[in-house]
Design a protein around this ligand. Sequence first.
Ligand SMILES: NC(=O)c1ccc[n+]([C@@H]2O[C@H](COP(=O)([O-])OP(=O)(O)OC[C@H]3O[C@@H](n4cnc5c(N)ncnc54)[C@H](O)[C@@H]3O)[C@@H](O)[C@H]2O)c1
Length: 333
Amino acid sequence: MAKTLRIGLIGAGGIAQPHMAAWQKCPDTKVVAITDISKKARQTTAESFDVPPDNLFEDYKQMLKKVELDAVDICTPNAVHKPPAIAAFRAGCHVLVEKPVATSARECEQMIEAGQEADRLLMVAQVMRYGRDAQIMKSWVDAGLVGDIYWARATYLRARGVPAWGSFIDNELSGGGPCYDIGVHVTVSAGTYLEIADKPSMMRHNPKKYTVPEDFAVALIRFANGATISLEASWALNVCSRDYTNLLATGTKGGIQRNPLTLVQEQGGMLTTTTPQITPWDEIEPFEEEIAAFAQAIRTGGPSPVPGEQALITQRILDGVYKSGQKGKEVKV
Ligand SMILES: NC(=O)c1ccc[n+]([C@@H]2O[C@H](COP(=O)([O-])OP(=O)(O)OC[C@H]3O[C@@H](n4cnc5c(N)ncnc54)[C@H](O)[C@@H]3O)[C@@H](O)[C@H]2O)c1
């Protein structure tokens, strides 16, 4: 029988709940301790998921000192990712950390360095990679059906979707706005706008608490090989759709799109579209897949399924989006 991996949760708020449910289903793992600065959050989460009341902490340093752990799962606000990650590495733990990995590329580099020094895994919880649609799109690309991708477009537009919970609109805790939360050799030409975040949101946010720098960001990211990505993200925008989320990528042979999930190809001189009906991924639950991949990587000695180095590229691009938006011109990343 495999040794049970002992996990410590840091941050027991919204996203920690599906993480905890996934840990419960992951064989030979157990969340044995929880840290949260909120007593209510740590206690209710512990009760829901059967974590011993003696192992609840207000300070992650105490948890790392008192409880023997193999790994930590960090679900705190973005600005509270780096300090517990580095402390956990120094305590000999592997680290799973929510996205975005940090609030700057520099912070992310420090996390990667600490992981390397401790010889422990850093995995960034980019759960959308474990979604059925993402897996299918990747399989099309891997099968060569799209060819060389030269343009992609990632769109996450909310018309009046300013979040009222969590730390998404608090700049001190999140370090950025919608572009940080829902957007990702390179030059970046971006516009960032803070225009209508004070308008009522469907989620009844408090406009006085809106301190992140933008409510809408748009960027053109140009890679060294000439490929480009268009990125658009908003919490609030005067558009007619309530929520418009899509990802499309076009290549020399075909194109893929997430919403609705489609493969576009030229066949017999005609442009055709393929929409999967039943797929081998129908039954998957993304958080369970993500947690299972982390546990498996710990057992087999890596590599990290979503390494910090990949998140660092995203983070550098996002830093570039803000820099370009502030300067009003194209910047090199
Ligand atoms: N993968 C996804 O789909 C997804 C979705 C939502 C949020 N997130 C990410 O997850 C993270 C948390 O977001 P959330 O929505 O769960 O926020 P949340 O506010 O609901 O929960 C965060 C928790 O961290 C606790 N906390 C704050 N500082 C702490 C500290 N120093 N030590 C211990 N606990 C502390 C808070 O008390 C709170 O309970 C963010 O990085 C966010 O971007 C990811």
